[in-house]
Ligand binder design. Structure first.
Ligand code: 13P
Length: 247
């Protein structure tokens, strides 16, 4: 299976003009057909790329679990689907830490995304405190089980997981590829225990946190890591192309 590289632009850039320039740069520069690329711009820019022929897919960075109604400020999966989005990032640590999003809320979002036929990219990871206290595995197992509550194994198999430890995001302090691999294997082990061998083997786990062209390849050597979720480096199109084109 092709490695999956997802660009999470977060709340950037600040104008549509800039977003269009970045997309044009990607359209012109992405040549590597051995890699699957997904770009997740802010909601407001999505419709302007709806009818463009792109060699990559579009994703969103969040969604709400209801399709419509009195939910001021929210964007539904149905709306996202209409913009041509195929993937939805859920439970990003910035949403959990800054916006107070809970595992229960992420669970509802995962269900809504799965029901719509889009692919959820579910983030998980430990805090620095949990890591220092040796609690990474315990806290991640708990977090995953809460987020996946009452989701069938057929549906869990469709989820893409992204290991993004809080302490590695935007810090330049990337998790070592060995530790990321250990975590990917741990997630697969849990999936095997709870959902069976087939899910264990098929489930995809990405790594994200201070990825750049200098370290990207080291994570992709082992087949247990299916790809990368790239933040800061995806805003510089040249840097992002360096990552993708070197795979
Ligand atoms: P950075 O690549 O900037 O560390 O961000 C990672 C991330 O949060 C991707 O979702």
């Amino acid at each position: 299976m092709k490695k999956l590289i997802i660009a999470n632009w977060k709340m950037n850039p600040v104008s549509l003009k800039e977003a269009q320039k970045m997309m044009a740069g990607l359209k012109a520069g992405l040549k590597n057909s051995k890699v699957e690329v997904v770009v997740c711009p802010p909601f407001v820019y999505l419709t302007s790329f709806k009818f463009q022929v792109l060699s990559f897919k579009l994703g969103a960075q969040n969604c709400f679990w209801e399709n419509r109604g009195a939910f001021t400020g929210e964007v539904s999966v149905k709306m996202l689907k209409d913009t041509g989005v195929k993937y939805v990032i859920l439970g990003h640590s910035e949403r959990r830490i800054i916006m107070g999003e809970t595992a229960g809320q992420v669970n509802k979002k995962i269900k809504a995304v799965l029901q719509s036929g889009l692919v959820p990219v579910v983030c998980f990871g430990e805090s620095l405190e949990e890591k220092q206290q040796g609690k990474s595995f315990v806290s991640i197992e708990k977090e995953l089980k809460e987020m996946l509550e009452k989701i069938s194994k057929e549906n869990v198999a469709k989820i893409i997981f992204a290991y993004e430890p809080d302490w590695a995001i935007g810090t330049g302090n990337n998790c070592s590829s060995d530790d990321a691999l250990t975590m990917a294997l741990f997630v697969k082990k849990i999936m095997g225990e709870v959902y069976g061998k087939k899910v264990k083997e098929s489930v995809r786990v990405l790594y994200g946190g201070s990825i750049g062209a200098d370290n990207a390849l080291s994570y992709l050597e082992n087949e247990a890591i299916s790809g990368l979720l790239v933040g800061g480096a995806s805003l510089n199109i040249k840097k992002f192309l360096d990552i993708v084109e070197n795979i």
